[in-house]
Design a protein around this ligand. Structure first.
Ligand code: NIG
Ligand code: FE
Length: 415
């Protein structure tokens, strides 16, 4: 299959900060790629003599970079519909977790599932995500919480890379919650993650990053610090679930370790925003979790904007706090609930999403030398994609320059 192509007569959202305008918009523009990489983006006609790839007339429609979902928990078994019902009756996420439900419920179901089952479930979910324009996705472990099951999930994530055209990036979230059998001893569990799990994950190259849930119902700052020390020693990127249900100061820890992202952030405060700016940490907003948990406190978007901290948006796809399978719906929620502008939302699922994964050199922009992950839309403005989400799907999807069926979800038994 050819990995070269030439789109002309397009409205191009380059998302390149060097191109003027909010998202680097070019009218009547061309996008050319060869051998999987972007070769030319601009309004000058491209001299295509000898060019062997596909040529597509966009007829003025929108072309964007492939979307990036930088925070998901897509590998799990079972569902938490009953817990959803309990929450609707007024029980809190933390109270359900304390009664043995929540993450522990999904851990029990996931431990029972084989790799084949997990693979097929996750494949269906990621295919759905791809229908909303996602070409790169981060997937976390964290529903195994023992050696065999964390490795099983990470192997499943690795196998997803070959099963779907999307780029899949794995994160180890063994520090998600304390599993049964540790009798309240969080310190011993973190010791085991550091000494018994992470070295093997590194040796087998099963994850790029290490994550922690820093919260009163999960792990404290000291435990987070020990985990990050080991992660840094082994060369993992660092990120965390922080300031979600209370001010945990996990963000300060991530800044101390020059992590790539701090995620959730409903309880983030001003001094922490300044630290994020200084340390180059990307804010990952997860409006799906805010919505499903019926939170009332929003992340401090105005402060993040004022201090120019890049804001990424992700689905947080998981069975408990965010059963959400569309990145454009996450973008919609970030606008409606958190007050992001449409331009900020588009950057949140492109350039800033790439930065949250440490991939800003290769993804999230249409610019010479970047990976040719390209979407052609049936509309001519990002507003239409986000406003009518999830009903607007890309017409064509190229990943590393190769054309894939935008309806990949349908071909896997989805409607
Ligand atoms: O990002 N906050 C912790 N972890 C997930 C929820 C996982 C679950 O409830 O299963 C989150 O919201
Ligand atoms: Fe999460």
């Amino acid at each position: 299959m050819s990995s070269s192509g030439y789109i002309y007569n397009a409205c191009v959202a380059t998302c390149d900060p060097k191109v003027p305008g909010a998202y680097g918009r070019l009218q009547n523009a061309n996008v050319v790629w060869q051998d999987g990489l972007i070769h030319y983006v601009g309004v000058e006609p491209y001299t295509s003599k000898g060019f062997a790839g596909e040529r597509i007339n966009a007829h003025g429609r929108l072309v964007t970079p492939g979307f990036i979902d930088c925070h998901t928990h897509a590998v799990y078994a079972g569902d938490r519909a009953q817990e959803f019902e309990r929450r609707l009756r007024g029980e809190s996420y933390a109270a359900i977790a304390a009664s043995g439900g929540g993450i522990a419920h999904t851990v029990a179901a996931t431990r029972k599932a084989s790799i084949a089952t997990l693979l097929s479930l996750a494949e269906t979910r990621l295919a759905r995500l791809m229908q909303s324009g996602v070409t790169s996705v981060e997937v976390k472990s964290g529903y195994g919480l023992d050696y065999d099951n964390e490795i099983k999930i990470l192997e499943t994530i690795q196998a997803l890379n070959g099963r779907l055209p999307l780029h899949v990036f794995a994160t180890c979230l063994a520090a998600h919650t304390l599993p049964e059998g540790f009798d309240g001893d969080h310190d011993s569990y973190i010791d085991w993650v550091c000494e018994g799990l992470l070295p093997e994950v590194k040796r087998r190259n099963l994850a790029r990053a290490v994550d922690v849930f820093c919260e009163s119902i999960a792990f404290n700052l000291d435990q987070g610090r020990r985990l990050f020390c080991k992660a840094r020693e082994l060369g993992f990127a660092i990120k965390g679930h922080v300031e979600q249900l209370s001010q945990s100061y996990g963000t300060d820890l991530i800044c101390e370790f020059n992590g790539v992202s701090a995620d959730h952030l409903e309880y983030l405060e001003g001094s922490q925003v300044q630290k994020m700016k200084a340390a180059g940490v990307t804010a990952v907003l997860l409006p799906g979790a805010y919505y499903f948990l019926q939170e009332s406190r929003c992340p401090p978007v105005a402060l993040l904007r004022q201090h120019r901290v890049p804001m990424a948006i992700a689905t947080d796809m998981n069975p408990g706090s965010s059963p959400l399978f569309s990145i454009t719906s996450a973008a919609n929620m970030a606008c409606v609930q958190f007050g992001l502008s449409l331009d900020e939302a588009l950057l949140g699922i492109t350039r800033h999403g790439a930065k949250a994964l440490g991939l800003e050199q290769s993804k999230g922009m249409l610019k010479q030398g970047m990976d040719a992950d390209v979407l052609l839309w049936p509309v001519d403005s990002p507003a239409n994609i986000i406003y009518e989400s999830p009903s607007v799907a890309p017409e064509k999807i190229w990943i590393s320059g190769t054309l894939y069926d935008a309806d990949v979800g349908a071909s896997r038994g989805m409607s």
